[in-house]
Structures are given as C-alpha cells and as structure tokens.
Design a protein around this ligand. Structure first.
Ligand code: FMN
Length: 444
C-alpha cells in the first residue's frame, strides 16, 4: 500500500489557498483547541479539555513527546512510502485509530456518527465508546453507509451488572465490531477540578448514556427501579420541595435524552431511573485478572486491554491470553501525577516482547507524534482530543480534515526521516533518551 498522502494533502491545501480558501479547521493543535473553546459551551469544553487534579499527567503526556527527538537519515530512496500496518489479521491503510470518546454530543449533535463516518472514509478504525451519545447500532449503520464494512471496535466499561456486560458485548458483535477494548483505568471517574468547579457531570443530565438506554438488559433494570420508586412514592409520602431552575433544566435534559414518547416518559418515571441506574452500575472496581475469563467465554473477538502502563501488567495480559494492550493515561483524566504514557511505552513493549501488538494513546497531537510512538514500538496510535475539537468546529468534514492532516504529516515526516514503511520504524530513528546528539557517537 504505497501512499502519497502527504503531498496530496499539501497540494489540496495550497491549491485551495491560491483560490483564497483556507482550511476548515486550524492546522496547528494550539489554534485548533482555542478555536474549539470559543465554539463550545463552558461546561462542554471543561469536560473535554480537563484532566485529573493539577493536570500534571496531561502535561507529562505532552512533555514526553517534547523530550523525544527524531534523527533523520538521508539518501535512502523514500520515493514511495507505505503507512499500512497489520492488526488482528487485517491490513490497515494507516496506523491511526479513533480513540473512544464519550459524550461526543458535547462537541456536536450526532457527533458519534459524524466522527465515525469520517474515520470510515479514511480506513481508520473507530473505537465506539460505552459512553457514546448514540447507540452503537446507529453509528455502525452510519459507517456502513459511508464505507460498507468499515472497521469499528467496541470500547467496554465493565459494568457491575454482568448481564449488562454480556449484552453490550453481544450487541457489539452483532453491530459488526471487530474487537472489544476493555478500559481498565476508569472504575471510578478521576478527580477532575474543571468539572467539579462547575458541578457538571454530563451523565447526570442524561447525556452519554445512549448505549445503556438502548440496551434490553439495562431497560429491565430501569423498569424495576422505576416501579419500586412509583410504589414507594405514594401521595403524602414526604414533604414536597420546590425544584430550582437548574434542577428543572437538568430534568428537561434527562427527559429529552431518554428514548420514547414524552407522555410515557413522564408517566413511567423511567428517564430519571435510567440516570440513577447508570450511576449505580457504571463500573466494577472489584474487577481482577480472573474476571477476564468471563469476557473470553462470551466473545471470540480480539480483546484489547486499554490503560496498561506497568510492564508487569503487560506480561500478565499476555499470560491472560488477551490480544493487545493499549498504553494510555486516559489523556491524564484519571490520576494526577502519573507517568506520561509515552514514557511508559518502551517498558510495556519490552515486556510484551512482540507476542501481542501494543497500541498507544495520550498526547498524540500530530503525525510527527504518531511517528515517535510507532518508533517506540506501538503498532497503532489513537487520536483523542484533537478530533473532538475538529468535530466541534466542522462536524464530519472537520474530523476528516484532522485525520487527513495527521496522516499527511506522518507520511511526510516518515519520508523526511529516511524511512519507507511505518512497519520498518524502530527506536533507531530517535535520539537515545531524547538527547539529540549522542546517537552520532555510536552510529553505524
Ligand atoms: C472527553 C473525553 C472522553 C473520553 N471518553 C472515553 C471513553 O468513553 N472511554 C475510554 O476508554 N476512553 C475515553 N477517553 C480517553 C480517550 O480514549 C484517550 O485515552 C484520551 O483522549 C487520550 O488522550 P489525548 O486525547 O489527550 O491524546 C476520553 C477522553 C476524553 C478527552
């Protein structure tokens, strides 16, 4: 699969520039983030941009990239380049993935389908989040309409209801997902000051729980809860309180997000029960390695463990028979003061020793970052916040442009570094420990 993605994108942009047309989304990440901030509501931007605590992990994720340096090689015939990688027995045109991001409606209504369609058109697998704003079946259909059979994976938050876990996995298989990505770093939400300061959690207003409200097992749990509540709330049960305007707005949001006719939603009390049920069953902090057998028995799809940072956990994952691990700090949203994901990558790659692929996310802001992570042993890298900002600014077209630009920069940087194929990347293209010059001393 040879590519001229870099040159093609450049000439598209410069030709349009001659005619006076500028790119739809800012090409640089800092400008992209600023433009998205202006477009999004305060709460929405805080939710997307925010990280845990003093946001030191988010800084460490970026800092780890700042410390790495590429050392280009010359005179190596890089006239044709190949960005493709093999993943789970399928040749993918690029090593990019769309990271699972919850509540994409915060960026744009219909954002899950829009982002996934953009990915589908470029052959980039989309990881569909358990916290999506649209049911996976709807997003899968949108992807198929854009590119039949386009690759999607399902990201699983392992609920405390085993029946719900089994149901989500079964639905993912039926919706044509190619892998199950179990996110292990979020059995409780991290301490996120930007959201805490606003008292804003999207799920408690009915956003980002569409995979649940569309699930038959979850619906059963909600019906039980709503029935219990109706029978315990007999007239005269307790003192009536007057709701605040904010509480009414939240209730309206919950009603709006719940499926079904309004009259029925008001009668049944299920919309509120759905939010409460979700908050109860969201995750299972008691999970251990032994529980993975439950998942293995229920699906033949490849299983990816997302959020692995320690080499011992990586070894354990191989022993447990999973199909890949994904090094990630969740974009620094979970633990403050954690190791930067890129700094953890080499240890995991060493521990896995080629037995399963290592995927990577957290801090990828452009094609050059992708190259660095691939050189350190990642088989593929997932783009996170940048595509959310592109989505907020220009919907599907914005995400398409963002992915195209990332692929283009990767292609150009690869060639300029003197490497022909992504599959040939290894740490020799980087200065040891980011020193920049010492590679010259020991060169071959
Ligand atoms: C707003 C937001 C929502 C996210 N939702 C999920 C999710 O539902 N499931 C998941 O596994 N990871 C989720 N993540 C983490 C991403 O998959 C990924 O690990 C992270 O965005 C990487 O960091 P970066 O975007 O700073 O590069 C979310 C991240 C953000 C920013």
């Amino acid at each position: 699969m040879t590519t001229s993605a870099g040159r093609d994108a450049q000439s598209e942009i410069y030709r349009a520039g001659v005619a006076g047309r500028r790119p739809r989304i800012p090409v640089g990440f800092a400008q992209l983030e600023r433009a998205a901030q202006r477009r999004m509501s305060r709460a929405a931007f805080a939710y997307v941009a925010g990280s845990a605590g003093l946001e030191r992990t988010a800084d460490a994720d970026l800092d780890a990239f700042r410390r790495r340096r590429i050392v280009a090689r010359v005179l190596r015939d890089v006239s044709s380049r190949d960005l493709s990688v093999d993943l789970f027995g399928v040749r993918r045109p690029t090593p990019l993935l769309l990271a699972p991001i919850g509540v994409l409606e915060l960026a744009r209504r219909g954002g899950d389908a829009a982002a996934a369609r953009a990915a589908a058109r470029l052959g980039v697998p989309a990881m569909l989040s358990t916290q999506a704003s649209q049911p996976m079946e709807e997003v899968a259909a949108a992807m198929d309409a854009a590119a039949p059979g386009a690759s999607r994976w399902f990201q699983l938050y392992w609920s405390s209801s085993r029946e719900l876990v089994a149901s989500l996995v079964e639905r993912a298989e039926r919706a044509g997902c190619e892998a199950i990505v179990v996110t292990l770093d979020t059995h409780v939400l991290g301490w996120r000051p930007r959201d805490l300061a606003l008292g804003y959690l999207p799920f408690s207003r009915g956003l980002g729980i569409a995979q649940y409200t569309s699930d038959p097992v979850f619906q059963g749990l909600v019906r039980e809860r709503a029935t219990r509540k109706r029978t315990s709330d007999r007239p005269g049960g307790g003192p009536a309180t007057t709701p605040t305007p904010a509480a009414l707005a939240s209730f309206a949001s919950i009603l709006r997000h719940h499926p079904g006719p309004l009259r029925e939603k008001l009668r049944s009390g299920e919309p509120l029960a759905a939010v409460e049920t979700f908050l109860d069953v969201f995750a299972d902090p008691s999970l251990t390695w032994d529980d993975l057998a439950f998942l293995r028995e229920r699906t033949r799809l490849p299983i990816v463990l997302k959020g692995v940072l320690h080499p011992d956990d990586a070894r354990r994952a191989v022993d447990a028979g999973v199909d890949a691990v994904q090094v990630s700090t969740h974009g620094g949203r979970q633990i403050d003061g954690e190791v930067g994901a890129l700094d953890a990558l080499p240890g995991v790659v060493d521990a896995v020793a080629g037995r399963i692929p290592v995927l990577f996310d957290s801090g990828i802001r452009g094609g050059s970052d992708a190259l660095v992570a691939l050189a350190l042993g990642a088989r593929a890298v997932a783009i996170g916040r940048p595509y959310v900002y592109a989505l907020a600014l220009a919907g599907e077209e914005g995400v398409r442009e963002l992915l195209r630009n990332t692929i283009a920069e990767l292609d150009i940087t690869l060639g300029l570094a003197g490497v022909r194929r992504v599959a040939d990347l290894d740490p020799s293209v980087l200065a040891p420990s980011g020193t920049g010059t010492s590679v010259l001393a020991g060169g071959r």
